[in-house]
Design a binder for this molecule. Structure first.
Ligand code: MN
Length: 188
């Protein structure tokens, strides 16, 4: 099965402005976090890995406090073109609701296993990936690790301790706007 089949099957492209799923060989290591006001508000964390955007829905959004563990539920791979998607997914479509790009930039995979660097795909397969973000709002290292496998797969997203860790900063509430349009979800 092609990596984006699941993405394409969930969408009827005559009725949504979201990009069609095309598998590209990307090399930019894009990361994006989209704030998505679907049936439940959440933040979609996406990392460009192996030609697609690997994706997790984070209900509470990312934190800059290393003591906060945020639930991250894996969702289907998205096309790289999705990284700058903002707009409204119309009613009756999968994920109907508004989307803004809450943060974006690049990431660097920093995962090590037994003292050796491993690539992003191996890291995700093994259930633990660490990566350094260079975004407009989020910077420094984060870790994602799997806590449940199978139908109920769950991961946790945690800020690692570095100079960008900050327990007092709360960008989810203090910086709600899009980094592309400066609009908040309500204004968009
Ligand atoms: Mn979503």
């Amino acid at each position: 099965m092609a990596k984006l089949d699941k993405y394409n099957k969930k969408r009827y492209f005559k009725k949504t402005n979201e990009p069609k799923g095309v598998d590209k060989k990307g090399v930019k290591n894009i990361f994006v976090i989209q704030k998505h006001d679907a049936s439940n508000l959440h933040y979609d964390l996406r990392l460009e890995i192996d030609g697609v955007l690997k994706s997790w829905a984070v209900p509470k959004g990312p934190s800059t406090d290393p003591s906060e563990k945020r639930l991250a539920l894996p969702t289907e791979d998205h096309p790289i073109d999705y990284a700058d998607f903002e707009g409204v997914i119309p009613e009756e479509n999968y994920g109907a609701g508004k989307v803004i790009v809450w943060d974006t930039g690049s990431f660097e995979n920093t995962t090590e296993k037994d003292g050796k660097k491993i690539d992003s795909i191996q890291a995700i397969d093994s259930g633990h990936i660490t990566f350094k973000l260079t975004g407009k709002k989020l910077k420094g290292e984060y870790s994602l690790f799997r806590t449940n496998k199978g139908n109920n797969e769950k991961w946790l997203l945690v800020k690692m301790k570095d100079k960008y860790a900050d327990a007092r900063r709360n960008p989810i509430s203090t910086e709600p706007e899009s980094v592309l349009s400066d609009k908040t979800l309500d204004e968009s």
